[in-house]
Ligand binder design. Sequence first.
Ligand code: NAD
Ligand code: AHE
Ligand code: ZN
Length: 369
Amino acid sequence: MKSRAAVAFAPGKPLEIVEIDVAPPRAGEVLVRISHTGVCHTDAFTLSGDDPEGLFPCVLGHEGAGVVVEVGEGVTSVAPGDHVIPLYTAECGQCLFCTSGKTNLCVAVRATQGKGVMPDGTSRFSYQGRPVHHYMGCSTFSEYTVVAEVSLARIDPQANHEQVCLLGCGVTTGLGAVHNTAKVQPGDSVAVFGLGGIGLAVIQGARQAKAGRIIAIDTNPAKFELARHFGATDCVNPKDHDKPIQQVIVEMTGWGVDHSFECIGNVDVMRAALECAHRGWGQSVIIGVAGAGQEISTRPFQLVTGRKWMGTAFGGVKGRSQLPGMVEQAMRGEIELAPFVTHTLPLERINEAFELMHAGKSIRTVIHY
Ligand code: NAD
Ligand code: AHE
Ligand code: ZN
């Protein structure tokens, strides 16, 4: 079938809106009509050419919601008409990782996902007869996409797709980082570096966890209003200080914060986030994604003196088990999504979403088909 899609033909170039061919779902696969998709910084990261797994041409997008159109042979957990959120972290429930009880990092389809193909090693997308790669197992920048059955969370059909698509990545990642990875406790102090969709979701999660002080840090002060809305008690612009930001945070708190979160993808800020964690027990969670070849560093003494450095993918959330419940929480108002949607645009204008993000003007632009 034909599908409108925004295709990334080459790194660093705008997406092109074209009509691609989408082949029917094969065994264990599902054809989904995407209704809405957020644009996450990771899409921009891969488009930039910095992603070691970046492949071109490809259909980016991994923060979507839609409706099942057709299922391939053997698919039993979803049916045409079901409302779904595609998952870039699948949940097969059977692999070593799923059964470990220790992680959400299912490996059922991860290897082929990273190569931009379906689990059988081939692509369902083509343009002018040439294959186009899938992306993160989702490719939500195509109106019709094919995903593995294990990469779909079935959600309440009454959910507002324009909002709950953000549970496909940004908001879930931030909330999960707080509750599953850091396990923030009432009264804990928190520092959040970077106030995009991820950082603001971390702040929302910290407030849910009844954190005490929540320090929001960004070089763009335009982000502070929403940070306060979600629960930040202090807003800090590193540019207002002539000393390292970690020193500023330590001086504000005495010994540093109980938890810090890096939500930017900047390895220097990752170091600062670690070094503003409390002596003896502070922990720092890396959420941001850094480019090929970049590495983190700090003095080992920072760890010897009790700080812990951690990371999280999709906030440690198991998508098929947990996302439906999070959608219900959002429908009950227990997870606030509306303020994240600062802009909405039709697919044809998707490149403006990237411009808004790079200009620091948006939190999330949601694309509708
Ligand atoms: P975003 O671009 O919307 O937000 C980033 C924020 O960081 C912006 O507000 C920007 O002003 C701020 N910033 C930039 N440089 C800064 C600096 N030196 N000091 C302080 N603030 C600074 O991005 P996003 O969509 O929120 O994504 C954030 C990061 O999280 C990206 O690296 C993305 O790839 C990553 N991410 C990771 C996961 C995961 O599962 N680990 C999931 C989603 C996104
Ligand atoms: N492909 C990159 C890494 C990209 C990355 O770290 N992705 C995050 C999700 S970002 C969502 O916006 C993640 O969860 N990674 C775990 C996984 O299995 O993909 C690289 O460096 O190769
Ligand atoms: Zn994302």
